[in-house]
Design a protein around this ligand. Structure first.
Ligand code: 0L1
Ligand code: MG
Length: 261
Protein backbone atom coordinates (compact mmCIF):
# COMPACT_ATOMS: atom_id res chain seq x y z
CA UNK A 1 0.00 0.00 0.00
CA UNK A 2 1.24 3.51 -0.83
CA UNK A 3 2.36 5.52 2.18
CA UNK A 4 1.95 8.81 0.35
CA UNK A 5 -0.61 11.27 1.68
CA UNK A 6 -1.67 14.82 0.86
CA UNK A 7 0.64 16.12 3.58
CA UNK A 8 3.68 14.15 2.40
CA UNK A 9 3.01 15.29 -1.18
CA UNK A 10 2.95 18.92 -0.05
CA UNK A 11 6.10 18.36 2.05
CA UNK A 12 7.91 16.93 -0.97
CA UNK A 13 6.84 19.69 -3.40
CA UNK A 14 7.68 22.48 -0.95
CA UNK A 15 11.04 20.85 -0.22
CA UNK A 16 11.85 20.78 -3.94
CA UNK A 17 10.88 24.44 -4.25
CA UNK A 18 12.96 25.42 -1.22
CA UNK A 19 15.99 23.37 -2.28
CA UNK A 20 15.66 24.40 -5.98
CA UNK A 21 15.64 20.86 -7.28
CA UNK A 22 13.27 18.92 -9.45
CA UNK A 23 12.18 15.31 -9.04
CA UNK A 24 10.07 12.52 -10.46
CA UNK A 25 6.30 12.37 -10.75
CA UNK A 26 4.40 11.86 -7.50
CA UNK A 27 1.96 9.65 -9.44
CA UNK A 28 4.78 7.16 -10.12
CA UNK A 29 5.06 6.65 -6.38
CA UNK A 30 1.42 7.26 -5.51
CA UNK A 31 -0.71 5.92 -8.40
CA UNK A 32 -3.81 6.62 -6.32
CA UNK A 33 -3.27 10.38 -6.57
CA UNK A 34 -6.39 11.29 -8.55
CA UNK A 35 -7.50 14.74 -9.67
CA UNK A 36 -9.74 15.43 -6.69
CA UNK A 37 -7.00 14.48 -4.24
CA UNK A 38 -4.50 16.56 -6.22
CA UNK A 39 -6.65 19.69 -5.83
CA UNK A 40 -6.88 18.97 -2.09
CA UNK A 41 -3.07 18.81 -2.07
CA UNK A 42 -2.96 22.13 -3.97
CA UNK A 43 -5.25 23.72 -1.36
CA UNK A 44 -3.12 22.26 1.46
CA UNK A 45 -0.01 23.70 -0.23
CA UNK A 46 -1.69 27.12 -0.32
CA UNK A 47 -2.55 26.81 3.38
CA UNK A 48 1.13 26.13 4.14
CA UNK A 49 2.14 29.22 2.17
CA UNK A 50 -0.47 31.30 3.98
CA UNK A 51 0.80 30.05 7.34
CA UNK A 52 4.25 31.18 6.22
CA UNK A 53 2.84 34.70 5.70
CA UNK A 54 1.84 34.70 2.01
CA UNK A 55 -1.47 36.26 0.97
CA UNK A 56 -3.82 34.86 -1.65
CA UNK A 57 -4.16 37.42 -4.48
CA UNK A 58 -5.68 35.48 -7.35
CA UNK A 59 -5.97 32.44 -9.51
CA UNK A 60 -4.20 31.20 -12.65
CA UNK A 61 -5.34 29.00 -15.45
CA UNK A 62 -2.89 26.66 -17.10
CA UNK A 63 -2.94 24.62 -20.29
CA UNK A 64 -5.76 26.71 -21.75
CA UNK A 65 -4.41 26.57 -25.30
CA UNK A 66 -4.74 23.52 -27.54
CA UNK A 67 -1.10 23.89 -28.66
CA UNK A 68 0.20 23.79 -25.12
CA UNK A 69 -2.05 20.89 -24.16
CA UNK A 70 -0.70 18.92 -27.11
CA UNK A 71 2.90 19.71 -26.19
CA UNK A 72 2.47 18.73 -22.55
CA UNK A 73 0.39 15.64 -23.46
CA UNK A 74 -2.46 16.73 -21.19
CA UNK A 75 -5.89 17.46 -22.66
CA UNK A 76 -7.40 19.52 -19.86
CA UNK A 77 -6.92 23.02 -18.46
CA UNK A 78 -6.24 23.40 -14.75
CA UNK A 79 -6.22 26.10 -12.09
CA UNK A 80 -3.71 27.16 -9.46
CA UNK A 81 -3.35 29.81 -6.75
CA UNK A 82 -1.46 33.11 -6.90
CA UNK A 83 0.06 34.67 -3.79
CA UNK A 84 1.68 38.03 -3.16
CA UNK A 85 5.09 36.33 -2.88
CA UNK A 86 4.84 35.47 -6.59
CA UNK A 87 4.52 39.09 -7.72
CA UNK A 88 7.49 40.18 -9.84
CA UNK A 89 7.39 43.98 -10.21
CA UNK A 90 7.74 45.30 -13.77
CA UNK A 91 11.43 45.70 -14.60
CA UNK A 92 12.68 43.31 -11.90
CA UNK A 93 14.85 40.52 -13.30
CA UNK A 94 14.09 36.85 -12.87
CA UNK A 95 16.86 35.51 -10.59
CA UNK A 96 17.44 32.18 -12.26
CA UNK A 97 19.78 30.93 -9.51
CA UNK A 98 16.90 31.08 -7.01
CA UNK A 99 14.72 28.85 -9.17
CA UNK A 100 14.85 25.38 -10.76
CA UNK A 101 14.33 25.78 -14.52
CA UNK A 102 12.11 28.81 -15.04
CA UNK A 103 10.19 29.40 -18.25
CA UNK A 104 8.17 32.46 -19.23
CA UNK A 105 4.90 32.75 -21.12
CA UNK A 106 2.90 35.84 -22.12
CA UNK A 107 -0.67 36.03 -20.86
CA UNK A 108 -3.77 38.19 -20.88
CA UNK A 109 -4.43 39.18 -17.27
CA UNK A 110 -7.73 40.23 -15.70
CA UNK A 111 -8.28 42.21 -12.51
CA UNK A 112 -11.69 41.40 -11.11
CA UNK A 113 -14.14 44.22 -10.40
CA UNK A 114 -16.73 41.88 -8.90
CA UNK A 115 -16.91 38.49 -7.23
CA UNK A 116 -17.54 35.71 -9.73
CA UNK A 117 -19.08 32.49 -8.45
CA UNK A 118 -20.10 29.44 -10.45
CA UNK A 119 -21.64 27.15 -11.41
CA UNK A 120 -23.13 28.11 -14.73
CA UNK A 121 -20.92 31.13 -15.40
CA UNK A 122 -20.81 32.05 -19.11
CA UNK A 123 -18.01 33.94 -20.85
CA UNK A 124 -20.33 36.96 -21.10
CA UNK A 125 -21.12 36.94 -17.38
CA UNK A 126 -17.43 36.42 -16.59
CA UNK A 127 -16.35 39.38 -18.70
CA UNK A 128 -18.93 41.61 -17.02
CA UNK A 129 -17.16 40.96 -13.69
CA UNK A 130 -13.76 42.09 -15.03
CA UNK A 131 -12.53 45.59 -14.12
CA UNK A 132 -9.37 45.77 -16.22
CA UNK A 133 -7.31 43.84 -18.75
CA UNK A 134 -3.51 43.96 -18.89
CA UNK A 135 -0.61 42.15 -20.49
CA UNK A 136 1.45 39.91 -18.26
CA UNK A 137 4.16 37.32 -18.06
CA UNK A 138 3.94 34.17 -16.01
CA UNK A 139 7.15 32.52 -14.86
CA UNK A 140 6.50 28.80 -14.42
CA UNK A 141 8.96 26.56 -12.60
CA UNK A 142 7.71 22.99 -12.35
CA UNK A 143 8.96 20.95 -9.43
CA UNK A 144 9.08 17.95 -11.82
CA UNK A 145 12.11 16.98 -13.88
CA UNK A 146 11.90 18.28 -17.46
CA UNK A 147 8.34 19.54 -16.80
CA UNK A 148 7.32 15.89 -17.08
CA UNK A 149 4.07 15.25 -15.20
CA UNK A 150 0.57 13.80 -15.40
CA UNK A 151 -2.42 16.06 -14.70
CA UNK A 152 -2.69 15.21 -10.95
CA UNK A 153 1.05 15.87 -10.50
CA UNK A 154 0.91 19.37 -11.97
CA UNK A 155 -2.34 20.19 -10.13
CA UNK A 156 -0.75 19.23 -6.79
CA UNK A 157 2.26 21.38 -7.78
CA UNK A 158 -0.04 24.45 -7.98
CA UNK A 159 0.11 24.43 -11.78
CA UNK A 160 3.90 25.05 -11.88
CA UNK A 161 3.30 28.56 -10.51
CA UNK A 162 6.32 30.61 -9.53
CA UNK A 163 6.18 34.36 -10.37
CA UNK A 164 4.06 36.72 -12.43
CA UNK A 165 4.45 40.26 -13.67
CA UNK A 166 1.67 42.51 -14.93
CA UNK A 167 2.10 45.56 -17.18
CA UNK A 168 1.02 48.98 -15.94
CA UNK A 169 -1.29 49.78 -18.87
CA UNK A 170 -4.82 48.76 -17.83
CA UNK A 171 -7.78 48.85 -20.24
CA UNK A 172 -11.47 48.20 -19.73
CA UNK A 173 -12.58 44.96 -21.41
CA UNK A 174 -14.57 46.89 -24.05
CA UNK A 175 -11.51 48.89 -25.10
CA UNK A 176 -9.98 45.98 -27.01
CA UNK A 177 -10.79 42.93 -29.08
CA UNK A 178 -9.75 40.16 -26.69
CA UNK A 179 -10.01 37.45 -29.34
CA UNK A 180 -8.04 39.30 -32.00
CA UNK A 181 -5.41 40.82 -29.68
CA UNK A 182 -2.07 39.72 -31.11
CA UNK A 183 0.95 38.88 -28.97
CA UNK A 184 4.42 38.64 -30.52
CA UNK A 185 6.98 36.92 -28.32
CA UNK A 186 10.69 37.66 -28.87
CA UNK A 187 13.88 36.39 -27.30
CA UNK A 188 16.82 38.80 -27.44
CA UNK A 189 14.98 40.75 -30.14
CA UNK A 190 14.24 37.73 -32.33
CA UNK A 191 10.59 36.81 -32.91
CA UNK A 192 9.98 33.23 -31.68
CA UNK A 193 6.19 32.87 -31.49
CA UNK A 194 2.92 34.68 -32.26
CA UNK A 195 -0.60 34.09 -30.97
CA UNK A 196 -3.90 35.86 -30.52
CA UNK A 197 -6.32 35.92 -27.58
CA UNK A 198 -8.30 33.21 -29.38
CA UNK A 199 -5.57 30.74 -28.36
CA UNK A 200 -6.94 30.90 -24.82
CA UNK A 201 -10.05 28.69 -24.96
CA UNK A 202 -11.34 30.66 -27.97
CA UNK A 203 -11.73 33.76 -25.75
CA UNK A 204 -9.89 34.66 -22.51
CA UNK A 205 -13.29 35.26 -20.84
CA UNK A 206 -14.13 31.63 -21.60
CA UNK A 207 -11.05 30.66 -19.57
CA UNK A 208 -12.22 32.93 -16.74
CA UNK A 209 -15.67 31.29 -16.79
CA UNK A 210 -14.00 27.89 -16.73
CA UNK A 211 -12.00 28.86 -13.63
CA UNK A 212 -15.12 30.16 -11.85
CA UNK A 213 -17.06 26.98 -12.65
CA UNK A 214 -14.14 24.75 -11.63
CA UNK A 215 -13.67 26.55 -8.33
CA UNK A 216 -17.42 26.28 -7.66
CA UNK A 217 -17.05 22.49 -7.64
CA UNK A 218 -14.76 22.99 -4.63
CA UNK A 219 -17.14 25.52 -3.01
CA UNK A 220 -14.87 28.46 -3.97
CA UNK A 221 -15.26 31.66 -5.99
CA UNK A 222 -13.13 34.29 -7.70
CA UNK A 223 -13.09 37.35 -5.47
CA UNK A 224 -13.28 41.07 -6.38
CA UNK A 225 -9.79 42.55 -6.68
CA UNK A 226 -8.14 39.26 -7.59
CA UNK A 227 -5.69 38.88 -10.42
CA UNK A 228 -6.52 36.15 -12.94
CA UNK A 229 -3.87 34.81 -15.33
CA UNK A 230 -5.86 33.34 -18.19
CA UNK A 231 -3.17 30.99 -19.56
CA UNK A 232 -0.13 31.11 -21.81
CA UNK A 233 -0.84 32.55 -25.26
CA UNK A 234 2.29 31.04 -26.81
CA UNK A 235 4.66 28.31 -25.78
CA UNK A 236 6.84 29.13 -22.74
CA UNK A 237 10.52 29.94 -23.26
CA UNK A 238 13.38 29.27 -20.85
CA UNK A 239 14.75 32.20 -18.86
CA UNK A 240 18.53 32.32 -18.80
CA UNK A 241 20.95 34.83 -17.29
CA UNK A 242 21.42 37.70 -19.74
CA UNK A 243 18.42 36.71 -21.88
CA UNK A 244 15.67 39.27 -22.54
CA UNK A 245 12.18 38.05 -23.32
CA UNK A 246 9.67 40.55 -24.65
CA UNK A 247 6.02 40.45 -25.64
CA UNK A 248 4.51 43.02 -28.00
CA UNK A 249 0.69 43.20 -27.83
CA UNK A 250 -1.51 45.03 -30.36
CA UNK A 251 -3.32 47.13 -27.78
CA UNK A 252 -1.97 46.10 -24.38
CA UNK A 253 1.53 47.42 -25.04
CA UNK A 254 4.96 45.89 -24.58
CA UNK A 255 6.40 43.97 -21.67
CA UNK A 256 9.94 42.66 -21.20
CA UNK A 257 11.86 40.75 -18.62
CA UNK A 258 15.44 39.63 -18.28
CA UNK A 259 17.12 36.73 -16.60
CA UNK A 260 19.88 37.26 -14.05
CA UNK A 261 22.12 34.75 -12.34
O1 0L1 B 1 0.49 28.28 -16.74
C1 0L1 B 1 0.58 27.27 -17.43
O2 0L1 B 1 0.02 27.15 -18.53
C2 0L1 B 1 1.41 26.13 -16.91
C3 0L1 B 1 0.57 25.13 -16.27
C4 0L1 B 1 1.33 23.90 -16.00
C5 0L1 B 1 1.97 23.30 -17.21
C6 0L1 B 1 3.39 23.69 -17.35
O3 0L1 B 1 4.14 23.67 -16.36
O4 0L1 B 1 3.77 23.97 -18.48
MG1 MG C 1 0.57 30.32 -17.35
Amino acid sequence: MSEWTIESTVDELLRRERERRDGGRITDRWPGLDLETAYRAQDALLERKKRAGERLVGVKLGLTSAAKQRRMGIDSPLTGWLTDAMVLPVGEPVRVGQLIHPRVEPEIVFTMGERLAGPGVTAERALAAVATVRAGFEVIDSRYRDFNFALPDVVADNASSCRFTVADLALAPDELDLVGEVCRLSVDGELVDTATGAAVQGHPAQALALAANDLARRGLAIEAGWTVLTGGLTDAVFVEPGRTISAEFTTLGRLALTGER
